[in-house]
Design a protein around this ligand. Structure first.
Ligand code: 3H9
Length: 727
């Protein structure tokens, strides 16, 4: 008998219930990825009850509709009032179901999704499925029993690795670790056959909660938890959730009673839930997804098919961008004007892949197939059939214009021409072509194959199709793509300019580079501003300023003086810091102090003690104030886009949610009060609160409420040739 019952309600998501051949098939249906929203929880609870009560049902298969099994709890419910049946109530019902249950893991099973499967008696996964407990990426821990059940299957060490890294693993790996029982090509029908067979079994069906061998074996193994702590402090510095996860696993190892462990997990989960890091990290999760949507472009805008990519320039950027495409399975052809450079560039790419093979991050076969997608030559004719060509040469407008003119002549009609410029005027570049609607900025960050940010620069004439295609490419390359209007410094470098300028002003006023760096690194930044300036090279800006013939601005005077002493940064083993041969580790440079004092005095500063609080406030609030102007000018579509830029491209700590979220969390009134305070202390108009901040504060709103409709449409003048020149 086939009985089809579709569970419909007004809640979000549902569970389809069908009885086929004495098996109840419960299919989670909440597109696109089946999170455990209130409708799914209700549906699961009531469908399980139905299966239990139906004497014709011998066993239950639980699966998901579409490409996902279950992507976890519904993230949008955290921080609000979750309605309906609680997740743990559903899990208890599942674990103690009176009929045996098999999870037919048809696709993505993450967080609460994997936890659902761990409450079933058996787990069979599709060979393309992947599983993981990525809650740590949201400032949470697996609060649906995952911290207690996963160690029982995979062992505490592997479970800790999965939960602290938040990475997904393939079904093959899950099988090796004992997380699933088998892999199938036809997961639902095999699960049906399996559960029917098992239903006849008189013995109790296994429950993960009863498998204690692996946790008992880990008792007294102190190095296991110490290693986990080391892993957390290395990869997740400053984060709250990892420590909580470790405490949960400690409970799983040491407590005899499974339910006591669950109780502990619940307490630690709650502490994560109310922690500000949770809100900040979920803000970024949704921010990254919102950033990919362009408010004034129709959803059904045509996306061009990208099969072959051309890259102009085989330097660090060109090579890194080529790797991004090859990694995504897209053929890429690199052009350089110099045969030696080209050979060197391609060999660097191969070395990078070899390094990945050596580290076990890539198989030798996969290396061959990925590297096999990279070709190169000296002739533009070889990229005439490309669907997109990305120019990645050094910042020089005239040269870029010359290249775009040639590309326009030789690359097929309808192909996109993109520039990797970090600050030049895209419209000026587009103006030399006969296809300005197909010209766009694609600003990758170095190293391009590693950094997630892709700043997409929308020129005045860039078409909707071009933009939508670039956003789709961004997704394919697994980048965090954010759109910026074509304006000086775009989003990121414009903010960075204000930030580094303030770090330099602090130096003039009395702070020292290591103090500024330490204060900002303690705040959570990956790298303080002086270490970063040494890495980029102080000479770029110095040379540009010399060429311009204008007097250097105050904030650049110390950097310029260091360059006069041949201290260019890491490249000359001396800058704000000293560097030993072949090392990037900064060592103090006490010999610079004389220079700092001299330049301070010459410019009328009386050096003073500056607190870490002032350092952090001044640098970060300079970012916030500039960000608010960027918003009011419509250069960024929304505040969260700015946060996504700063976290993925500039090492801002994700757990602080980005500079704009940080300001919202502080309260805009407080931000304005502090800006005014520093404006008074320094006399610097950089701290004059942005009109946007004042307006929002007066209306008791947040930066996230700032309307993108205020977007400025007229052209913004390009006074800065490249923000890098302003370091
Ligand atoms: C958890 O489970 C806690 C538990 O331990 C229990 C606690 C008691 N909820 O990323 P995409 C949306 S915490 C709500 O573009 P993809 C997403 O916003 C959770 N919505 O697709 C987007 O919406 P829109 C643990 C979700 O193919 C749409 O789905 N789980 C959720 O590139 C498509 O998403 C995780 O952390 C969700 N759980 O990637 C997994 N997931 O179209 C988080 C997605 O409006 N999710 N959405 O922009 C992911 O990692 C990826 O979304 C996934 C698909 C790999 C699933």
């Amino acid at each position: 008998m086939i009985f089809l019952f579709i569970w419909r309600n007004t809640l979000k998501g549902t569970v389809l219930y069908e009885v086929r051949d004495e098996v109840a098939i419960l299919t989670v249906d909440n597109p696109p990825v089946n999170p455990l929203s209130n409708g799914v929880r209700t549906g699961l609870y009531e469908s399980l009850t139905k299966a239990e009560e139906d004497s014709a049902v011998k066993g239950v298969v639980l699966t998901g509709n579409g490409r996902a099994f279950i992507a976890g709890a519904d993230i949008s419910e955290f921080g609000g009032n979750a309605e309906g049946i609680g997740l743990n109530e559903v899990f208890e019902k599942l674990e103690f179901c009176k009929k045996p249950v098999v999870a037919a893991i048809n696709g993505i099973a993450l967080g609460g999704g994997l936890e659902t499967a761990l409450c079933c008696n058996y787990r069979i996964a599709d060979k393309k499925a992947f599983v993981g407990l990525p809650e740590v990426n949201l400032g949470l821990l697996p609060g649906g029993g995952g911290t207690q059940r996963l160690p029982r299957l995979a062992g505490p060490a592997e479970a800790l690795k999965m939960m602290l890294s938040g990475t997904h693993i393939s079904s093959k790996k899950a099988l090796e670790l004992g997380i699933i029982d088998s892999i199938s090509d036809n997961v639902v029908s095999e699960s049906m056959d399996f559960i029917k067979k098992m239903a006849g079994n008189k013995e109790n069906h296994p429950k993960v909660r009863d498998k204690n061998d692996k946790v008992i074996e880990a008792r007294g193994n102190e190095s296991l938890l110490l290693e986990a702590q080391a892993m957390a402090s290395k990869g997740r510095k400053g984060q709250f959730a990892p420590g909580q996860i470790i405490k949960c696993v400690e409970a799983a190892i040491n407590l005899d009673d499974f339910d006591e462990g669950l109780k502990k997990e619940g307490e630690y989960f709650l502490e994560c839930l109310v922690h500000p890091q949770r809100e900040a990290m979920i803000h970024i999760f949704f921010g990254e997804r919102a950033a990919s949507k362009i408010t004034d472009i129709p959803k059904d805008t045509k996306i061009m098919d990208i099969k072959k990519v051309g890259i102009i320039g085989s330097g660090t950027m060109g090579g890194g961008i080529a790797m991004c495409f090859a990694n995504a399975g897209i053929a890429v052809h690199i052009i350089d004007q110099d045969a030696e450079n080209l050979k060197k560039g391609v060999s660097v790419i191969e070395k990078n892949y070899d390094f990945m093979v050596k580290r076990g991050r890539l198989s030798a076969d996969k290396k061959d197939s990925v590297f096999g997608l990279v070709s190169s030559s000296l002739d533009y004719k070889d990229i005439s059939d490309c669907d997109i060509v990305i120019e990645a040469i050094y910042e020089n407008l005239e040269l870029k214009q010359k290249i775009f003119k040639s590309l326009d002549e030789c690359v097929k009609e309808g192909a996109i021409l993109a520039s990797n410029t970090s600050g030049l005027d895209i419209d000026s570049i587009a103006s030399v072509t006969n296809r300005p609607e197909l010209v766009v900025g694609t600003h990758f960050f170095s190293p391009a194959n590693i950094m997630r940010l892709l700043e997409v620069v929308r020129g005045e004439k860039t078409s909707d199709e071009t933009l939508a295609t670039i956003m789709a490419i961004g997704k394919k390359l697994k980048k965090a793509a954010v759109v910026s209007l074509n304006a000086p410094g775009f989003i990121g470098n414009r903010m960075l300019f204000g930030y580094t300028a303030q770090a330099n002003m602090l130096l003039l006023e009395g702070a020292l580079p290591h103090q500024v760096d330490q204060a900002l690194e303690s705040f959570g930044l990956n790298m303080g501003p002086f270490r970063m300036m040494d890495l980029v090279g102080l000479d770029l800006g110095w040379r540009a300023r010399k060429l311009s013939g204008k007097e250097s601005p105050l904030h650049a005077k110390i950097g310029d003086e260091l360059c006069e002493q041949n201290r260019y940064g890491q490249k000359s083993s001396a800058g704000y810091y000293n560097y030993s041969e072949g090392s990037r580790a900064p060592n103090p440079a006490p010999e610079n102090e004389e220079t700092y004092i001299k330049i301070s005095t010459e410019n009328g500063f009386t050096r003073r003690d500056i607190s870490d609080e002032e350092i952090v406030d001044r640098c970060i609030l300079a970012l916030v104030n500039e960000g608010a102007d960027i918003l009011s000018e419509g250069v960024a579509q929304r505040a969260a886009d700015i946060d996504v830029v700063y976290i993925n491209g500039y090492g801002f700590p994700m757990w602080r949610g980005g500079p704009m979220h940080y300001a919202n969390a502080m309260g805009l009134d407080k931000v304005i009060e502090k800006l005014e305070k520093y404006r008074k202390i320094t006399g610097n108009e950089v701290y004059k609160p942005s009109k946007m901040l004042v307006k929002l504060a007066n209306e008791q709103e947040k930066l996230s409420d700032a309307p993108s409709k205020e977007a400025r449409k007229e052209k913004l003048s390009f006074e800065m040739s490249s923000v890098a020149n302003n370091f």
